[in-house]
Write a new protein. Sequence first.
Lengths: 308, 76
Amino acid sequence: MAVKKFWGRMSKKARIAIITLICLALIATGVGCFNIADPPHVELAPEALWHIGGFPITNTMISAWITIVVLAVLCYFATRKMKLIPRGLQNVMEAGVEALANFVDGVAGEEKGRKFFPIVATIFIFVFANAWLALIPGFISIGFWHEIHGEEVLVPLFRGANTDLNVPLALALISFVFVEYWGIRYQGFLRYMKKFVNLGNLVGSAKQLARGKVKSSLGLLVNGAIDAFVGLVEGLSELIRVVSFTFRLFGNMTAGEILLGSMMFLIPWVVAIPFYGLELFVGFVQALIFSGLTLVFVVMAATSHEEH
Amino acid sequence: MDAEGMRLLAAGLAMGFGAIGPGVGIGILGMGAMQALGRNPEARGPIMTNMILAIAFAEAVAIYALIVAILLIFVA
């Protein structure tokens, strides 16, 4: 009953689209029954397809550019005929951007949120689009047969850009520079660096020693050593963040790709579908985590220790 | 044992031991979220999002182990 009601309310275009999709799915099932997938060939480094003057064009690079083009085209069509009361594509995009803006404002506050929003939202949208575009049929499965190490393997033409270690690394470095930049901007260079190199107590200890007060000098020395160690740990954690950012995204996306490949190989088509749903979810969560963590770190860097 | 067998064993051990910590961690997180939900069912939305965020952190550790295992099997 509910289905009938829903069907009746839909526009003609939507009905045609759904029927077409169902037909395509049936055809794909028919083909899929005869065409058993190969065991997944795992290559962690992206494969170079062509070389232009010694510069390798890798498959992940192509899909990263596809992501960029898709996003640019979407934004162009969404903002072409802007209306005060949005409809259709503009409405969808505005809802997404508004949700992101609310998220950023909620964590960073109104004033800082405005400044942090562009990069945080860009990271979210890029990671998200990369992850979801990589689930489109044709990614991984279309490619060229190449002979590598004496065996014929399919080198895919498109491969999710997040599964290339360089993309998460680049994003992590951007996020690192972004955090340090706003930390210095908001607190000033010297005050920000004090978090990492805090020698105030050590200098005080030396002063006390020069005055001949050995006992208070020793107390300050212990405090100074603790401060120096804490600064070192702060600095290290800042660097380790980059590594953990990189491998969290890379690992999740690569594992998802291998999981889908294995499922396709073990039981073709039907059983693999729930895992596609899982990967949709994972892509969204990873994008949220990457941008959310960047946001939390930049807020932490921008607020000084005295303020809270 | 030859090098090949050693490699496969190492991969299995890496993933197996690497999954213990995150498994326990995710269990504790789920327990905390369920208790919070029992005490305050209206806060379902925020609890859910924060739980998923925290789970993703715990899961990342398992993913590191998975990368090591994948590297051992396919690349090393």
